[in-house]
Structure formats: C-alpha cells, structure tokens
Design a protein around this ligand. Structure first.
Ligand code: NAP
Length: 251
C-alpha cells in the first residue's frame, strides 16, 4: 500500500495560507495534481508557486458563496478532468468573546465559512468523485471536541463539522468514498492571532502542552496526506486529533 498520491486530483480550500498551504506543498511532493483555491488569490498564487506551478491549478473561491463554489468546481473539473480528494480547510480562526459581546455578524461569518462552506463545497464536488479510493478530509479543531470558554460560536461550527462529516462518511461510504476529520490543536499559522495573542499567551499554551510547543502546519499536513492515501483505506468517519498532547484534556 502506497502513501503516494501520484496523479490524484485534489481540491484544497483555504490553500493560500497556514495548514492549507503546508498541505498543498506536502501533497505536491507526493505526486498529486492540485486545485489550490482561497478567497485570497494572492495567497493561492503563492502556494501554486511553492508547489512548482503546472500541472496544478489555482483560483479564487469563497467557500461561503454557492455561486462561486459551483462555478469554480466546474472550471476545475473541466481543467483537471475529475476530482479524487477534497481537503475542506478554509476557515476562520476564533476570537475570544463573551457571549454577550458576540455579534450576529460574527456568528454569520463563522457559520457561513467554517460550516456552510464545507456543505457547499461537498455538495458541489460529490458528483465529480467517481474513481475508487476517493476521499474528503474536513478540518475541525480540538474545539470541535473539547469546548473552550468564550469561543461558543467557533466551538459550535467545529462540533458541526464533526457531525456533518460523520454523516457524510455513512452516506458516501456506500459509494466507496471515505470522509475523515482532522482536529488540530494550537498550530502556529499566520492568522491564528485571534487566539495566539502575545508572548504570555503563547507561553501558557506551550506550557499546557505535553510536547512543550505549538504545532506546525506541516505536522497537520502529514496527517491529511496519510488520511487521503491508500494506507488509510479502512479509515472512514474518524476524527484524528493533532495537538501534541494537551494537558487540559487529561482530566
Ligand atoms: P489561515 O492561515 O488563516 O488559513 C486559512 C485560509 O482560508 C486563509 O488564506 C483565508 O483567507 C482563507 N479563507 C478565509 N475565509 C475563506 C472563505 N470564505 N473561502 C475560502 N477561503 C477562505 O488559517 P489556519 O490556521 O491554517 O486554519 C486553517 C483551518 O484549520 C481553519 O478551518 C481553522 O479553523 C482550522 N484550525 C486551525 C487551528 C490553528 O491553531 N491554526 C487549530 C484548529 C483548527 P484570508 O487570510 O484572506 O482570510
């Protein structure tokens, strides 16, 4: 069984930064042909370049827009021929707010990107995953399993991702398409600043971690690549936690 993804066509959302970008680079090394998308076209272009350019594809796609998703998915399939795997990575990291300070706009933004975005992309791509061994990897978070105070909206979206994905696994498993979830802990990415704010906070998180440090995007990317590979062909509906051993989860 191979860990390679030679010639496999993989759509990545949120591929212009952080975990999505690191995963694109990892999958390109494993031989995949990528459709790198992001709401931030400049970021997507950077990733495209870091992956070596052609045969990959790069384009803007806002996962919260049905029209955008449907248009871009048909363009990708027309260009790359089909889809084998989808990495639903686009998301907004949390900002800590007491519930009474949380705005409707914040709710709409997080729900529309983190949760509805996965729904829209999944619905649009299902008809195009037609070859055996296809799969989805959806990004949740440790907050999708272990709630944090003052992050109710983010926690709700990331719990939702897990429920949605487990149902997907049951429905699409019958067609031979697997769905798994990656649930990262605190990963050092550019826009995680809503949580990782300042030295003191970072130190507190490092001290609360059994490995004594934050994770890197590359350490999540390796797990995503494994979940897509043939080596994980009996994994379906699994939630893989990638957090280095958070001490607060011990009790
Ligand atoms: P990141 O560096 O901010 O990357 C996310 C990318 O998604 C950005 O390029 C962002 O563009 C893009 N994006 C935002 N809204 C979008 C939309 N509507 N449509 C398409 N793309 C959109 O974040 P990250 O830390 O790598 O996080 C990636 C995923 O992992 C997210 O779902 C996040 O919730 C999850 N996660 C992260 C951590 C962590 O510690 N970093 C932990 C657990 C889970 P802009 O920069 O222009 O907004």
């Amino acid at each position: 069984m191979s860990s390679r993804l030679e010639g496999k066509v993989v759509l990545i959302t949120g591929g212009g930064s952080g975990i999505g970008q690191a995963t694109a680079i990892e999958l390109a090394k494993l031989g995949a042909h990528l459709a790198i998308t992001d709401v931030n076209l400049e970021g997507a272009h950077d990733t495209y370049r870091l992956c070596g350019g052609k045969p990959h594809y790069c384009g803007v796609m806002d996962v919260s827009s049905k029209a955008d998703v449907e248009l871009r998915v048909s363009e990708i399939v027309a260009g790359l021929g089909r889809l084998d795997h989808v990495f639903n990575c686009a998301g907004i990291n949390p900002t800590s707010y007491p519930l009474t300070d949380t705005t409707d706009e914040y709710w709409d933004k997080l729900v529309n990107v983190n949760l509805k975005g996965i729904y829209l992309v999944t619905r649009a791509t299902i008809p195009h995953i037609t070859t055996p061994g296809g799969s989805y990897v959806n990004v949740s978070s440790i907050c999708g399993l272990y709630p944090q105070a003052e992050q109710a909206v983010y926690c709700a979206t990331k719990h939702g991702v897990i429920g949605f994905s487990k149902s997907m696994a049951l429905e699409l498993g019958l067609k031979g398409v697997r769905t798994n979830v990656v649930a990262p802990g605190y990963i050092d990415t550019p826009t995680n600043s809503g949580v990782v704010k300042g030295e003191e906070y970072v130190t507190r998180m490092e001290e609360g971690n059994s490995l004594g440090r934050l994770g890197t995007p590359e350490e999540v990317a390796g797990v995503v690549a494994f979940l897509m590979s043939e080596k994980a062909k009996y994994m379906n509906g699994s939630v893989v936690e990638v957090h280095g051993g958070l001490k607060m989860l011990e009790s």
